[in-house]
Ligand binder design. Structure first.
Ligand code: ADP
Ligand code: MG
Length: 403
């Protein structure tokens, strides 16, 4: 067995152990690069990380400051490897063949260079570049192959550490519900619907509440949306207690902060799309124009159509636009796609996904398990109680959902 192979096995063990111990993403990256260098000593090792559509030097070893070396997608060795997801192997590196890469190593006598993708099963994070000078041996196929595997292993290992997920960036609680209880009385019959529900909503997230029909989802949404009152329990919105608010205060809370989207679109049939929207927008001082919000849901050209002149999916998009017009902090969507066919559902979910991306917090209620895959977090509800909360470390784009 070659020295390189021996090093390789040793390093695999160390990657598993030491990345697990890292306390933050930066530290895990640092450990990872150091482990690659342990297997293949090189004068330069750079981890390029994708941020805002460019590759930035995130962490490196070597006697040069790479801070200002930034590559656009597809540009230079680094940009090409990221875009193609294929390693580049320049065992005999000659200056003058790749201007972008030459610029990074200006004044340094590089003789051999490899660059491998840094990605796991979910994400293309960046790439790792190794360069050697005349002081050391050139890279070869074996080194390049193992380096590719190590980079992959490190990316997977980092991804598996709880709390290092760069995707989970929500830390501020917008709404907090504690021990919410609600029963309905019809004559002598009392139906207990909510038996102590606890849910936090984080600013910026898409929270999906999943539960079978009758589990109490709509009842809960109506209560935290200020349309119904709980028998007991506490609701705080931006730190302010709502459970003892007067009707008037609840109306203000709803009007100023909340947007609703329902399964049945609830559009007024005698008003056009833009009139339906303006009607709601005018309730608050600072609102968007109906043209703006119709643009956001891709329906500018339907502004003068009446609901009966729109398809189900289009009507639901108008109702999303209507929810957006007040610039709400929080949108509640109660089974927004239940009345729609599959293809139209995906269209509507994509619009909702964009709403969240543009900064609006959303709580979506559904009985469709597949929809949970696009959420940042999922709360499962059964028989009036929440019994499970999961963080989705890799939300799936709405267009990839299948049912
Ligand atoms: P989900 O939205 O999860 O389907 P709901 O919150 O709509 O569930 O309803 C949960 C249960 O509460 C159902 O059994 C329903 O019949 C009952 N319920 C809801 N609202 C009322 C009401 N106003 N009066 C009596 N029972 C109600
Ligand atoms: Mg319901």
């Amino acid at each position: 067995m070659t020295d390189e192979m021996m090093n390789y096995f040793r390093v695999i063990g160390e990657i598993q152990n030491e990345i697990k111990k890292a306390s933050c993403f930066d530290e895990a990256i640092k450990v990872g690069v150091q482990k690659i260098l342990l297997a293949f000593p090189s004068e330069y090792a750079i981890l390029w990380y994708k941020e805002e559509e460019a590759l930035h030097p995130y962490y490196w070893r070597g006697s040069k400051d790479f801070t200002s070396c930034i590559h656009k997608m597809g540009e230079g060795m680094v940009g090409r490897v990221y875009a193609s997801q294929k390693a580049e192997r320049l065992f005999e590196y000659k200056k003058g063949t790749d201007c972008e890469t030459d610029k990074d190593f200006e004044g340094i006598d590089i003789i051999s260079m490899i660059c491998v993708p840094f990605s796991n099963q979910y994400e293309n994070l960046g790439c790792i570049q190794l360069a050697r000078t005349a002081e050391s041996e050139k890279f070869n196929e074996e080194i390049a192959d193992i380096c590719e595997i190590l980079a992959n292993l490190i990316a997977i290992q980092i991804d598996q550490i709880e709390g290092l997920n760069p995707e989970w960036k929500f830390d501020k609680i917008l709404l907090s519900a504690r021990d919410i209880r609600r029963s309905f009385q019809n004559g002598d019959v009392v139906t207990t619907v909510l038996r102590g529900v606890n849910i936090d909503v984080y600013e910026g997230e898409l929270l999906v509440i999943l539960g079978e029909s009758g589990s109490g989802k709509s009842t809960f949404l109506n209560i935290i949306g200020g349309m119904d009152s709980a028998d007991s329990g506490s609701i705080q919105f931006m730190g302010k207690e709502l459970s003892n608010a007067t009707q008037e205060e609840l109306t203000t809370y709803r009007r100023e902060n909340i947007g609703f989207i329902f399964q049945s679109y609830n559009l007024i049939s005698t008003l056009t799309a833009s009139q339906n929207i303006d009607l709601i927008g005018e309730l608050v001082q600072e609102h968007l124009s109906s043209d703006e919000v119709l643009g956001m849901v891709g329906l500018q050209d339907k502004k003068n159509n009446y609901p009966s002149q729109l398809s189900g999916g289009q009507q639901q998009r108008v109702s999303i636009a209507r929810a957006l017009v007040k610039k709400p902090k929080l949108i509640f969507a109660d089974e927004p796609t239940s009345a729609l066919d599959y293809a139209t559902s995906i269209e509507v979910l994509s619009v909702l996904e964009n709403v969240v991306k543009s900064g609006t917090t959303m709580v979506m209620v559904t009985h469709n398990e597949e929809i949970t895959r696009m959420a940042h977090r999922v709360v499962r509800m059964r028989n009036g109680r929440t019994y499970d909360v999961t963080i989705n470390r890799h939300p799936v784009p709405a267009t990839e959902l299948v049912w």
